[in-house]
Structure formats: structure tokens, C-alpha cells
Design a protein around this ligand. Structure first.
Ligand code: C2E
Ligand code: CA
Ligand code: CA
Length: 845
């Protein structure tokens, strides 16, 4: 893509820029004067010229061609014991050949050559090959601007500690020998009076010039030796050496003794090391950065190419220079149709000039703009997009490009509308739901209040709708509800609201009522309308309706209260024989309103699908495996939350509701077992609690048989939990039922054992498989020897009757240990798990 440079340039420039702020060339640092001589010049004469000129090298030239170079360092090779060596021609002792570099060579490149070619001097020539100077490694290092390095380092860091001062009587040859062997360019002379002096390579050059013989160093050395404390920084030492025009300094320890001699060269070599190190590091970094930026480039290209969002890059004049495939997909424009043009070709005309002006103002102030905007596709179709425009600047801050990234949000907008609809409307009938109804009711009440009128709330419930749903299926039920909704609407005025509350319950809000009788008339109309048969597929269905009515402000001024009262009245209508309406009467409250409300709510808990099953594992004490699950009922009450069975099962028993509820439980438990079977846990048994009233109900065994057949439950995996009380009631009849159940293949357990008659003798009469010791007897077995003895006796007796024993309510490991010791088969309780919903139930591994 041709716009990649937009992303690439700044990165690459920055990397290289940091390395070479502005490249210095050799020409800029080279010292102008070159000392030259012919190859036949005597060494002592050459040395004399160098000393005079204060330079460290002399170029040997023959026929205007450099053939070699002689430096101070080379003086070390001279044998001072043989003065004739001073007369040798320089051509015999010089280093050759002479390497050259050109003036325009960058210092970076020169530094690399010094390093790679191990040279100390280069001859610098201009573009015509003319000699313009000598450049040394020192020159390079001193021009690298790494003073900070010197400031950071202390002198003591370069002390070598191998100083061997020579006595003043030592001979010059000895001094030269030491310089050579130790590789130093100076020696320290210790005078007999305790002072120090110094003799350097440069002095040797002078002595060559003077043709000095092998004399005592005491007479040749310079004294006293310049000194500095070992705590000084290298930077301080360098400044001192440059200021004084010397090249060596003695380093004094804190106790005043001489520690070492440090030379300019020592400092330089430290710097050189640091410099080379830095250079290599910088080069490595540059390579890495280049690689990375290339990788990033490639990545950026791929991202842009494959982005689901449309991307458009323009130049600084907002002319399009590139677009990605998603741009084409979203707008319909191909790259060649838009490149070079202004993005305004996408304008929908929906936003005015002010909009774009604001956009540009923000873009130039913040460098970015984001918002929703309508654009036009090539087809002419308008679409909303979420657009981000970014101004791209180069390193100097000059605007170079704009990048626009956008996504089509029409789908999103549609979804929003859809969600809004879902939130306030019932998807099946399209009627307002509970939420919208509450809103509308508030409005109607406010309106009635202002106009001193009444409002009516009708609570409508279809009679026996659940039967239709269950026998003919949900699809038929849904179609019936849709038709009911249609008829309800037809019975009402435009200002009235009808809402579906869920299941087969509807609420109508009548606004602007003058007379409560009007509400009654509407209710009658509704009952008449719904009474007419409904044709759904091949079925002709007849439903009847019960309606409860409450009136504002007569029955209440509160919307919640009005609905509750209408609900109560509706239940009264059902009680009175269905297919009728009832006006709310405060007297209805006389019969414990709370009880009634709970009962009526429980009535509908089934239809509203508010019942839940939790499961608690039963664990085999020997193998530690979960071998069964007990289904325990919960009621997810819309206002009161999750209710435990103790809160409603007594009421359900009292009202007879336990019969349908019990059937639901058995059905749901068997369905869950089917899911576990499908997941490979078929060997796990399911235990279901049966209440006394349910057990006595005619058709109980038929119901069990039906559920087993409907759900495909393997009967042997189903255990029904009965209580002692239940068994004691019915004698022969009871035993008959138990045998019928056994004939189905179902197992039976005696629940809460120990709380009833506690007579093991009668157990022989019943075909029971399992005995569950009530948790009352387990609770204290680890603290009370008496309880432990009772539990032990129960287990022994049960085993002697051939019954398996389950201990309920095991909460601690100590309790479990005692039960295990007594041979109890199975344990259940919080020690293993609380009852949990199927999703959280831990299945055996
Ligand atoms: P249950 O049959 O004796 O069930 C065991 C009860 O003991 C459960 O209470 C359970 O949560 C609780 N439990 C389990 N382990 C421990 C423990 O270690 N410590 C203590 N303190 N409690 C433990 P939940 O679920 O509240 O049930 C209470 C009763 O409601 C049940 O007693 C049962 O009689 C009845 N019930 C539950 N579900 C049904 C049902 O579907 N139908 C009928 N008819 N009755 C049910
Ligand atoms: Ca139970
Ligand atoms: Ca129990």
C-alpha cells in the first residue's frame, strides 16, 4: 500500500537521528600541520624537528608520496647504549605503509576503521589526494562528546598499581627497558631526597635529538612530578593535563604515598573503551530498531489491509491518498474512484456546514476528532458511522496526513432499537410488558388525579391455560395467547393499555373512568370475547377467563397496591367459579391477606416457572465417590427471593398444591438425571422427597410411572424418600402402594429416621431399601458418647435388616470418621457440599 510511508517515516528517522545528531567529518577535526621529511633524514634530526614542533609524529615522504610514518612510540625501539643508532636514516625505522582517509569521511566510520585496522594514525587527504593532516585515535575520541563519561569516573578506577619508581642513579637504558616491558610511555624517578620526577616518551624524542648517551635518569627527568588525589574525577584530571600542557600526573593515595602514574593515554584508552562500547551498542540498537520498524510496518500493513473498519488516509490538503479494502466494502467506492479526491464525496447532506466547521476546529486543536456521522454510499444509501479522524504530524510537528477510521454502525443502531423494544414489549404478543405497564399506569394515575377522574386496573388470568399448554404443546399455547392478545386489544379504547405480565396473565389499565361500572362493563366485554372458541391449527379451543378489578382512587392510590388488589380480586373470581370478574373488596383482606397472597402466588409459581431444584451429593464413605444426588426444592419468588422449602411446603400441603408441585419435582429431577446420563453419569442415583399428602393422593403411582416413561428414567436409579409418619398411617393400603412402586423398579428410602416412631421392628413390614438417619442424631456424635452409641446401634440394626444406611447432616471430618468406624455406608451434608443448582453440582470424576 502506498500510504505505508505515513506510518513508517517517523519511526525510522527517529532511530537514525538519535545516533547521528549531525555528522562530524574528519576534515573538521584534523590538525592542519604535518611534519614531513625524506626517508634518508637521520633519526636524531627528525626527533629534533618533532620536539620543536611539539607533534607526536613525522610523515616520511619520497617523491611527494608518503612512504611511512615515525611516531614518539617508535622511540622506544631505540637502543640508547649505542649512540650510532641515532644516526640511522628514518626510512629504516619508520612504520609503513601509511594509511589514508579522505576529509569527508564521517567520524563514525573513521572510529570503526581505527577499531578494525588497529591503527593509531591516519593521513588525511582531500578529494584531490592532497595531504591535509594527520588524524589520531585521540582526536576521534576527544571529539565524541563523551565528557559525561569522564565526569562519572573517578581516577582510582584506572590505577593499575604496578608502579616501579627507578632510583635517580638508574641508567636511561634501564628506563627505556622498563617502558618497553611494562608497556608504559613514562617512568617515575624516586630521588634520594624523597621527591619524585618523571621521564616520558616525549623526553626520549628530545634525548634522541640531543644524542644523549646512557646517563643516569636523575639528571634527565623533570621534577617535581605533578600530582593529584585519587578521589579526583577523570574529567578533572583531563582538564588539568590540558591546562598545564603535560601528559602525565602522579596519583596520591589518601595517606600521601604515590599510588601510580596516570597518562593522557590511560584516560583516553578508558574513553576509547567506553566510546567503542557505546558505538557498538548504538549500532546494534539501530539494527534492531530497523528490524522492528520493518516488522511493525509489515504488521501495520496487514492490520490496515484486514481491518474490518474502513480506513482512509489523506494528505495534508485532505486529498485521499489511500483506502483499505474495508473502505470499499463499506462505501462501495473502489480505491481508483476516490484517490485524489476530497472525502466530502461521501457527505450525506445530513450534517450542516456548522458540524464540519466544529469538526475541523477540534481536529486542529486536539489532533483528533471522534463522533457519529451519516455518510452516503456509492449506491446513494445513507448509513451512520462511528468515525475517528487523526491528524498525523512528522517529527518537526508539520502536518502531513489525516487518517480516518470508521465503522458502519447501522446494525448497532438497529440492535439498539431492537433492545429497546425487547425491554418494553413482550416478544410473543407485541404487547407492552410489565415494565412499560408500570410506566403507563403511573401516567394514567397522574392524569386521573389532575382531571379528578378514576382509573381501573383489570387483572386477567386465563382459566386452565396450563392444561392446553401441557397437552397440546407450547406452540399451540403461544398461538392461543397471540389471539387472546388481539381480542383484548379489540375490546379496549385507544387510550387504554393492555400488557402481558408473563404466562397467561394480562393487565389492562383503563384511564379516564367516570364510573367504576365502566370497568365492570369492559370486563364483561372481555369475558364474552374470550369465551368464543379459538381455532389454532386443527384444534378448536375454548378458554375462560377470570378477572379481578381495582379502582383508583377508591381501592388505593398506589400503582403497586392497585395491581395487588386486582390480583386478589382475580383469585376470588377463580374461587367463586371462574369465567367471571370480581371487583376488589377490602373484606377480602380479612382472610389473612398475606396468606392469601402467598397462596395465590404459589398457585402461579408453577405456571411462572418459579420453582427450582437444588441438588446435594450423597457420598460413599468407603470409596469417597458421589453415588447419588438428592433433589431439594426451592422457590424463586419474584419479590422474596429464593425461598427454602420450609417456607412454602407446609402451605402447599395444606392447600393440596403439593400434588402438582410434587409432580413437577419428580419430572424435573428425572430430566436432570437424563442430562447427567447424557454426560456419562448414569450410575449416579437420584433421590426425590415425597410428601404425605402426595403419597396418599389417588394416582400417585400412576404419576410416578408416567414420569418415568416420559423422561426415560431408569427406575432402578430413582429413589423416593418417604417418612415414618407416612408409613404408619395407612397399613395395608400403604403397603400396597409401596409394592406397586417397587414393581416399577423404583427404590424406597426412609427419610428423617429417628424423628418418628423409631421402631425398627415395623420396618420389616415395608419393602424399604435404604435408611436415612436424621441429622439430629449425627449433630453431636463427635461430642456426645450417648449420641454416638445411638448412631452405632441404628447402623447395626439397619444392617441386620439388610438396609443400606445414609447419615444426614454430616458437617465435619470428625463426624465422618466416627460414622466410618461404625460401618455407615453413605454420608450427606455440608461437609461435602451444600445443596447447589445443577450447574454447580460437582459430578464424580
Ligand atoms: P430433608 O429431606 O431432610 O433434606 C435435607 C435438608 O437438610 C435440606 O434442607 C438440606 O439443605 C439440609 N442439610 C443438608 N446437609 C446439611 C448439613 O450438613 N447441616 C444442616 N444443618 N443441614 C443440612 P432443605 O433443602 O431446606 O430442605 C428441607 C426439607 O424440605 C427437606 O428435608 C424435605 O423434607 C423438604 N423438601 C425439600 N424438597 C422437597 C420436595 O421436593 N418435596 C417435598 N415433599 N419435600 C421437600
Ligand atoms: Ca430428604
Ligand atoms: Ca432428611
Amino acid at each position: 500500500m502506498d500510504d505505508t510511508v505515513v506510518f513508517a517515516e517517523p519511526a525510522e528517522k527517529a532511530v537514525i537521528g538519535a545516533l547521528i545528531p549531525s555528522e562530524v567529518t574528519v576534515g573538521q577535526i584534523v590538525r592542519g600541520r604535518i611534519l614531513e621529511c625524506a626517508p634518508d633524514l637521520a633519526l636524531d634530526e627528525a626527533a629534533r624537528r618533532m620536539s620543536l614542533a611539539r607533534v607526536s609524529s613525522i610523515l616520511v615522504v619520497e617523491d611527494d608520496v608518503p612512504v611511512g610514518i615515525w611516531t614518539e612510540r617508535d622511540a622506544l625501539a631505540i637502543d640508547f647504549d649505542h649512540p650510532d643508532s641515532f644516526s640511522r636514516p628514518i626510512g629504516e625505522v619508520m612504520s609503513a605503509p601509511v594509511r589514508t582517509v579522505t576529509r569527508d569521511l564521517g567520524l563514525q566510520a573513521l572510529a570503526i576503521r581505527f577499531r578494525d585496522e588497529h591503527m593509531r594514525h591516519y593521513l588525511v587527504v582531500d578529494e584531490h589526494g592532497r595531504r591535509c593532516g594527520i588524524v589520531t585515535q585521540t582526536d576521534v575520541v576527544l571529539n565524541q562528546g563523551i565528557e559525561h563519561y569522564l565526569k562519572l569516573r573517578k581516577l582510582d578506577s584506572i590505577i593499575k598499581g604496578s608502579l616501579q619508581p627507578l632510583p635517580e642513579s638508574a641508567r636511561l637504558g634501564e628506563a627505556v627497558g622498563q617502558m618497553r616491558s611494562v608497556g608504559r610511555d613514562a617512568v617515575v624517578v624516586a630521588y634520594d631526597d624523597g621527591e619524585y620526577g618523571i621521564l616520558t616518551e616525549r623526553d626520549l624524542t628530545r634525548l634522541v635529538a640531543e644524542r644523549a648517551g646512557n646517563r643516569a635518569v636523575g639528571a634527565l627527568a623533570s621534577r617535581p612530578l605533578l600530582t593529584v588525589s585519587e578521589d579526583a574525577s577523570l574529567y578533572h584530571v583531563r582538564c588539568m593535563l590540558t591546562d598545564r600542557g603535560v601528559r602525565h600526573v602522579g596519583v596520591l593515595r589518601r595517606d600521601g604515598s604515590l599510588a601510580d602514574l596516570v597518562s593522557f593515554a590511560d584516560i583516553l584508552s578508558g574513553m576509547e573503551l567506553a566510546y567503542v562500547h557505546e558505538l557498538q551498542h548504538a549500532l546494534r540498537e539501530r539494527d534492531q530498531a530497523l528490524n522492528a520498524s520493518q516488522r511493525n510496518l509489515h504488521l501495520a500493513e496487514k492490520v490496515i489491509e484486514n481491518s474490518l473498519e474502513g480506513i482512509m488516509i489523506t494528505d495534508d490538503k485532505a486529498r485521499i491518498i489511500s483506502v483499505n479494502p474495508a473502505f470499499t466494502r463499506l462505501t462501495g467506492f473502489r480505491p481508483e474512484e476516490v484517490i485524489g479526491r476530497n472525502p466530502s464525496l461521501l457527505n450525506s447532506g445530513r450534517q450542516g456546514p456548522g458540524f464540519y466547521k466544529d469538526m475541523w476546529v477540534q481536529l486542529s486543536a486536539d489532533g483528533q476528532w471522534q463522533g457519529e456521522i451519516w455518510n452516503r454510499r456509492k449506491s446513494g444509501e445513507l448509513f451512520p458511522e462511528l468515525l475517528t479522524i487523526t491528524a498525523i504530524k512528522d517529527r518537526d510537528g508539520t502536518l502531513t496526513n489525516y487518517a480516518a477510521v470508521f465503522s458502519d454502525i447501522s446494525q448497532l443502531k438497529e440492535n439498539e432499537a431492537h433492545i429497546r423494544h425487547l425491554a418494553y414489549f413482550d416478544p410473543l404478543t407485541g404487547l407492552p410488558n410489565r415494565r412499560l405497564l408500570e410506566d403507563r399506569l403511573q401516567v394514567a394515575l397522574a392524569h386521573a388525579h389532575r382531571n379528578r377522574k378514576r382509573a381501573g386496573v383489570l387483572f386477567i388470568d386465563l382459566d386452565r391455560f396450563k392444561r392446553i399448554n401441557d397437552s397440546l404443546g407450547h406452540e399451540v399455547g403461544d398461538k392461543l395467547l397471540t389471539e387472546v392478545a388481539r381480542r383484548l386489544c379489540a375490546c379496549l379504547r385507544e387510550d387504554d393499555t393492555v400488557a402481558r405480565m408473563g404466562g397467561d396473565e394480562f393487565i389492562v389499565v383503563l384511564s379516564d373512568l367516570t364510573d367504576p361500572d365502566d370497568a365492570a362493563h369492559t370486563a364483561t366485554r372481555i369475558i364474552e370475547s374470550l369465551r368464543r372458541p379459538v381455532q389454532v391449527d386443527a384444534h378448536e379451543l375454548t378458554v375462560t377467563t377470570s378477572i379481578g378489578i381495582s379502582i383508583y382512587p377508591d381501592d388505593s392510590r398506589e400503582s403497586v397496591e392497585l395491581i395487588k388488589n386486582a390480583d386478589t380480586a382475580m383469585y376470588r373470581a377463580k374461587d367463586e367459579g371462574r369465567n367471571a370478574f370480581q371487583l376488589y373488596q377490602p373484606a377480602m383482606n380479612a382472610r389473612s391477606l398475606e396468606h392469601l397472597a402467598l397462596e395465590s402466588a404459589l398457585h402461579r409459581a408453577l405456571a411462572r416457572d418459579e420453582l427450582r431444584l437444588h441438588f446435594q451429593p450423597l457420598v460413599d464413605i468407603g470409596t469417597q465417590r458421589t453415588v447419588a444426588a438428592e433433589a431439594l426444592l426451592r422457590w424463586q419468588h419474584p419479590e422474596l427471593g429464593l425461598l427454602p422449602p420450609a417456607d412454602f411446603i407446609p402451605l402447599a400441603e395444606e392447600s393440596g398444591l403439593i400434588v402438582p408441585i410434587g409432580e413437577w419435582v419428580l419430572h424435573a429431577a428425572c430430566q436432570q438425571h437424563a442430562r447427567w446420563r447424557a454426560a456419562g453419569h448414569g450410575e449416579m442415583r437420584m433421590l426425590v422427597n415425597i410428601s404425605a399428602r402426595q403419597f396418599r393422593h389417588d394416582g400417585f403411582t400412576a404419576m410416578v410411572a408416567r414420569v418415568i416413561a416420559d423422561t426415560g428414567m431408569p427406575a432402578a436409579q430413582l429413589t423416593l424418600e418417604l417418612t415414618e409418619t407416612m408409613l404408619m398411617e395407612g397399613s395395608e393400603h400403604t403397603i400396597g402402594i409401596l409394592h406397586k412402586l417397587r414393581a416399577l423398579g423404583v427404590r424406597l428410602a426412609l427419610d428423617d429416621f429417628g424423628t418418628g416412631y423409631s421402631s425398627l421392628a415395623y420396618l420389616k413390614r415395608f419393602p424399604i431399601d435404604e435408611l436415612k438417619i436424621d441429622r439430629l442424631f449425627i449433630r453431636d456424635i463427635d461430642r456426645n458418647a450417648g449420641d454416638a452409641a445411638i448412631a452405632e446401634a441404628m447402623i447395626k440394626l439397619a444392617h441386620s435388616l439388610g438396609l443400606r444406611v445414609v447419615a444426614e447432616g454430616v458437617e465435619t471430618a470428625a463426624q465422618l470418621d466416627i460414622l466410618a468406624g461404625h460401618g455407615c455406608d453413605i454420608a450427606q451434608g455440608f461437609h461435602f457440599s451444600q445443596p447447589v443448582d445443577a450447574a454447580q453440582f460437582t459430578l464424580p470424576a
